[in-house]
Ligand binder design. Sequence first.
Ligand code: FES
Length: 112
Amino acid sequence: MVRRSFSACREDPVNSSSRIVTFTPLGRSASANRDETLLDVARRAGAPLGNSCGGIGICARCRVRVLSGAEQLDQPTTIERQVSEQRDLDPDERLACQAIVCGDCEITTGYW
Ligand code: FES
């Protein structure tokens, strides 16, 4: 699901960076297309992620823990910040449906 009409990531148009998402401990990985979220990439990689709001950022069932590369995800949206506070997410957790992949990162969940 691409949800923004502009690119959320600063990219060097000449030296396009890698955007590989690794799903641990599933042992799967996939490359993110421009402006794709972690949830988009997880679906393509066959990494099951909970979600019940259709990816609009309100259910928090897609929460993931970022093991590395947190700086490679775009900044949380206003809705993500609000839901994270309401659901008491840890600082290293993100909503996969809201986090756009800008570079390599590794994520996990408690149910993989
Ligand atoms: S799918 Fe509901 S918050 Fe991400």
